[in-house]
Write a protein that binds this ligand. Sequence first.
Ligand code: ATP
Length: 378
Amino acid sequence: MTVGKLKKESKDFYNPNPNATVQDENQLLKNSLNYLKAELNKFKELPLLVSEVKKIVNGKVIIKVPNGSHFLVNIAGDIKVNTGDTVLVEQRSLTVVQKLEDSKSFDVEDFVIIEKPNISWNDVGGLEEQIKEIKEVVELPLLKPELFKQVGIDAPKGILLHGPPGTGKTMLAKAVATSSNSTFIEFVGSELVQKFIGEGAKLVRDLFRLARERAPSIIFIDELDAIAAERVDMGTSGEREVQRTFMQLLTEMDGFNSLDGVKIIAATNRFDILDPAVIRPGRFDRLIQVPLPDEKTRLGIFKIHSGRMNVSNVNFDKLIEDTEGFSGADIKSLCTEAGYFAIRNNRSHILHEDFVNAISKLDELDSEEDSNCAGMFG
Ligand code: ATP
């Protein structure tokens, strides 16, 4: 920096008012000095560590610092802390100097979907057996817990819906939340694994706390296999982290009373890889298979998704024959696609041929996807 530039900058910074008295100027200089000193001190201050209180032991606390180590430390002054609180600790002695009022490093409510769904049983095509069972083991205990007390039996805490993608597992879970007037709290297993490295177990704990606060409620865990797959190799820290999250899930499930207004519904497409610990009694001990729809169910699904469409002369019996192996989600896209064919032909009503064209298009897309996958893997 040149001397000229320095002079100019200091002039810009210190630009006294020509009418000011010497006292005014003196005060101005003092204020600037105090401000600069305070700013300088900020740079000198040692940062405080954000830690979690794990346990309280005779007036001291065991804290977990960010690298995962645990220490038994003192608490400054009369700060009151509880297990699970997030606190600031001084770096050298690790003394707790402040409790963070919003005591969680993240708020579980920001990471799960909480809703009062409006999907009703009538929106679900077919699946009568599955609906009957879910009503018995989820809806009834939430609506009439006293019945179970009188009879002296425990309803299952959790049910596991398993079957191929797009077969209506999420819909079933939402429909029972609607019919039992419960809060629906959803989180996706794979997201938990990707987003919450080091925080998964805490998220699970907070999730169950939230569910109890919002009871009656249903916790819906989609893609359970992402956290509850049987693990053979626990070599990586990522695997160990997933295992910790999984163990916390089991602990929470074991810990809560089946009648306290919270039910857990999990869903998976990969039942074959689940750790058997997850389906032990008292956990997800009611298994409900949701298979690809049979003819009767396909008809039900067609009726629901074409219900609001302006269809004319559509032979649904024929469509059902031609959609063997389609999931409910496929049938929904088929109806939308048929609508597009009608629009492309400047018609406001949908004919049978639109559905036929839509089936061919979806088949084409499927085979394109298959050949892309084959290209990628071999
Ligand atoms: P995934 O395993 O991929 O999460 P899923 O089994 O949870 O899938 P849903 O998300 O419930 O499937 O279904 C996807 C969509 O497919 C639904 O929004 C609905 O439109 C349609 N669908 C699936 N099954 C049915 C059904 N039985 N009746 C009516 N619609 C259905």
